[in-house]
Design a protein around this ligand. Structure first.
Ligand SMILES: [Cu+2]
Length: 505
């Protein structure tokens, strides 16, 4: 990725406005007519036969002797997407940024340089680390041209799994993440899980205009949550990958899209889900498909069966703002988007030797039998008349985000039960920083297994109940909708976890 001038960087926002005014499909990136395009594709369409580039993996940086020191430079630059040059944002010139591989007990030191034309910062999504100081502190602000040294100390018992990093500066999170600022973090398994190969698949989406410049989001897209025209795997349009017949691969998949839900299928192959987010199932589950809300990760075991296959995202209805006063009609509807081909898989050769046994995992901690010290309700709502511009307001318990206010004060070491109620006609995926949530009830039905996630989808006009153990750390952080446009529009609250034994005021 070649650096581009500050002047070019400054025009990125302006071009978004141009996109709003013109909005015609004719201006859009021509690659949308090729592989990976978001839109309805007839079954068996010619796109399915087009070979893409071979799947690349992001660069990897691995800890040694308990330490990983990394410099991340967030900046605009040029990348190749679908054989054409595009201007996006990126960390260290990559799309995605480098994959950071660490272990429980490690120290991860990240020096972040802000090469953008606006403020930024960094969030390590899902990591169970301190929210204070120069750790996973969402209130840090880094001015253009400045640097900040983050340091994350992973506890010795940190859950293995796939995590990720991205900016978290309120108001511009959706713009910066959709522009290309994201990367994966792997916390390695203490005992390796046998697989012929492990792949990290970072799925993202973005919109480019005909000159290969990032398109901005219209007001309606900011209300609904923008979905990019192009859906990328590791920054590539419909890459190709090969597996030997009978081999078992481990795919770690993260949905870094700002608003797009990924209902993933790989028809014809054998899929087992090892876990979601930081939650590992005691025994892998045989699955036909996996639904990832924005921010969610899947740990998937793929056993190749003879033949070809396509990794697809099939339609998922996350609701719409249509009918909420009419203002957001038109673009607000969009629940019926068709299937998107993400990657092609070619299976070659005859069956190989016996598959490695699927190791049983440690029995996950279960909060269903825990003593609950507080019960709270959080209501996620959308309504006209709120927002800075008097547009649609996105609220939690009737309030929009205010970084200077504490919304929820919690006693450290306690277990709380939160009822998440969504009164709006769209899904909202709730993300709580630092402490994972265990889903105990969905839509009025008790969950009969341990389901631990850090992004929990709350479907439209529905309720979900979670339990949270506030252990390990204290301090102030946030919970928010992970449709990042909704977060930028106010659907976020501040939580302060106080040391155990200290009275709450
Ligand atoms: Cu939302």
């Amino acid at each position: 990725m070649k650096p581009i001038s500050r002047r070019a960087a400054l025009t990125l926002g302006g071009l978004g406005l141009a996109g709003t005014a013109i909005g015609g499909a004719g201006l859009l990136w021509s690659a949308q007519d090729g592989p990976g395009r978001a839109g309805v594709q007839p079954a068996g369409s010619a796109f399915g036969a087009l070979p893409g580039d071979t799947l690349r993996e992001p660069a990897e940086l691995r800890s040694a002797n308990g330490l990983l020191e990394v410099t991340l430079d967030a900046a605009p630059g040029r990348v190749d997407i679908g054989g054409r040059s595009a201007t996006t944002l990126g960390y260290n010139g990559g799309l995605p940024g480098p994959t950071l591989r660490v272990r429980a007990g490690d120290r991860l030191a990240v020096s972040l340089h802000n090469g953008l034309a606006e403020r930024t910062n960094l969030h390590v999504h899902g990591l169970h680390v301190s929210p204070e100081g120069n750790s996973d502190n969402p209130f840090v602000m880094i001015e253009p041209g400045d640097s900040f040294d983050y340091e994350y100390r992973l506890p010795a018992d940190h859950s293995p799994g796939l995590y990720w990093y991205h900016p978290h500066h309120h108001g511009v999170v959706a713009d910066q993440v959709s522009g290309g600022l994201y990367g994966a973090i792997v916390v390695e398994d203490p005992d390796p899980i046998p697989a012929a190969r492990e792949r990290v698949l970072v799925i993202s989406d973005l919109t480019l205009d005909s000159s290969g410049t990032l398109g901005g989001a219209t007001a309606a897209e900011r209300m609904r949550g923008r979905e990019g025209e192009l859906v990328l795997v590791n920054g590539q349009l419909k890459p190709a990958l090969g597996i030997r017949s009978g081999e078992r691969e481990r795919w770690r998949i993260v949905n870094t899209c700002v608003a797009r839900y990924l209902r993933l299928r790989l028809d014809g192959q054998d899929l087992h889900l090892l876990g979601l987010d930081s939650g590992r199932f005691e025994a892998p589950k045989s699955v036909e498909e996996v639904l990832l809300a924005p921010g969610n990760r899947a740990d998937l075991w793929v056993t190749a069966v003879q033949g070809a296959a396509v990794l697809r995202a099939v339609a998922y209805d996350r609701g719409s703002t249509a009918g909420m006063g009419g203002m957001m009609g038109g673009n607000g509807a969009g629940a019926t988007e068709g299937t998107i081909d993400l990657a092609t898989v070619t299976v070659t050769g005859a069956g190989v030797a016996a598959l490695p046994a699927i190791p049983r995992q440690p029995k996950p901690a279960d909060l269903r039998g825990a003593t609950v010290t507080a019960r709270r309700e959080f209501v996620f709502a959308m309504g006209m008349g709120g927002g800075m511009g008097g547009g649609m307001g996105f609220t939690i318990n009737g309030r929009e985000f205010d970084g200077g206010r504490v919304d929820t004060t919690v006693q450290g070491d306690s277990v709380e039960e939160w009822t998440l109620t969504n009164t709006s006609p769209m899904d909202h995926p709730l993300h709580l920083h630092v402490w994972p949530m265990q889903v105990v009830n969905q839509g009025g039905r008790a969950v009969d297994s341990v389901l631990r996630q850090d992004v929990v989808n709350v479907p439209a006009r529905s309720a979900v109940r979670v339990r949270i153990a506030f252990t390990g750390f204290t301090g102030k952080t946030v919970y928010h909708c992970h449709i990042l446009d909704h977060e930028d529009n106010g659907m976020m609250g501040v939580i302060d976890v106080r040391p155990a034994g200290q009275p709450l005021t």
